[in-house]
Design a protein. Structure first.
Length: 108
């Protein structure tokens, strides 16, 4: 059983999450409450996604915006997703939170 877990864990960690994948998760998740967001909120978020893709802002900025929506709309399904809180706060490395879309891939 442990060897199966190890095999799947190593497969999952084989490569870093891609910028496009992270944007896709955020876009799909936004659809859960997009009807409740103002036009300005949507525009700001979409502009922020473009800034992230261009390497202007880190992913943590997008996560902050999204977390505020999760708390505001109390979406338990999304709140339970590990994407939005992948590890305990005690393990947060501030330097890792500064990752940009166009940074060097250290997983290679």
């Amino acid at each position: 059983m442990i060897t199966d877990y190890e095999k799947h864990l190593l497969q999952a960690l084989k490569r870093a999450p891609r910028c496009g994948s992270q944007i896709n998760v955020l876009m799909n998740s936004m659809s859960f409450f997009s009807q409740s967001l103002s036009r300005e909120e949507k525009e700001f978020f979409l502009k922020s996604l473009e800034d992230y893709k261009a390497g202007v802002i880190p992913l943590s900025v997008l996560m902050g915006i999204f977390t505020s929506w999760l708390l505001r709309f109390k979406d338990n399904y999304l709140l339970s997703q590990s994407f939005f809180e992948p590890y305990p706060k005690e393990l947060v490395d501030i330097d890792l939170m500064k990752s940009y879309c166009d940074e060097k891939d250290y997983w290679k």
